[in-house]
Write a protein that binds this ligand. Structure first.
Ligand code: IDP
Ligand code: MG
Length: 141
């Protein structure tokens, strides 16, 4: 199968707790290549737009508040079957349900502060990557 990509965010709790390095190491050890990466702080408006699909849900306001609470690391990750393989590596949304050894199981502080985001489809990976990386930064395709 052709190598494709996914989009990921190391969330504010993980950056704050100095888990960026250990998380990046696990991503590389799992066979992903980091094709683009930067650290930035999301505004409330950006966080709202990024999670627009969850607008209206009970956890939306808290999620937006959390995601704009400090620096995050956004990246494009390349691997065969990247979207699916990365979702396996990060584990269930709820860290209590995530398998042993997954990034969320290891580094999440709670269901909301679950350390990392991974796109749920190739279409969303493209859309979400376009949110943070300009045409000049698109090394992945
Ligand atoms: P995902 O990140 O595994 O794709 P989604 O259902 O898309 O999970 O939810 C997006 C993010 O919203 C989650 O990663 C988590 O940070 C937060 N979230 C989801 N459900 C809840 C909840 O019930 N309470 C608090 N936060 C939640
Ligand atoms: Mg999702």
């Amino acid at each position: 199968m052709e190598e494709d990509f996914t989009f990921a965010i190391i969330k504010p709790n993980a950056v704050r707790n100095k888990h960026t390095g250990p998380i990046l190491a696990r991503i590389n050890e799992a066979g992903f290549n980091i094709a683009a990466m930067k650290m930035l702080s999301m505004s409330r408006l950006q966080a709202e737009a990024f999670y627009d699909v969850h607008r209206g849900k009970p956890f939306f306001d808290g999620l937006v508040e959390f995601m704009s609470s400090g620096p995050v690391v956004v990246m494009i990750l390349k691997a065969e079957n990247a979207v699916e393989e990365f979702r396996k590596l990060i584990g269930n949304t709820d860290p209590a349900k995530a398998e042993e050894g997954t990034i969320r199981r290891l580094f999440a502080a709670s269901l909301q502060m679950n350390a990392i985001h991974g796109s749920d489809s190739p279409e969303n990976a493209r859309k979400e990557a376009g949110f943070f990386f300009s045409g000049f930064e698109r090394f992945w395709s």
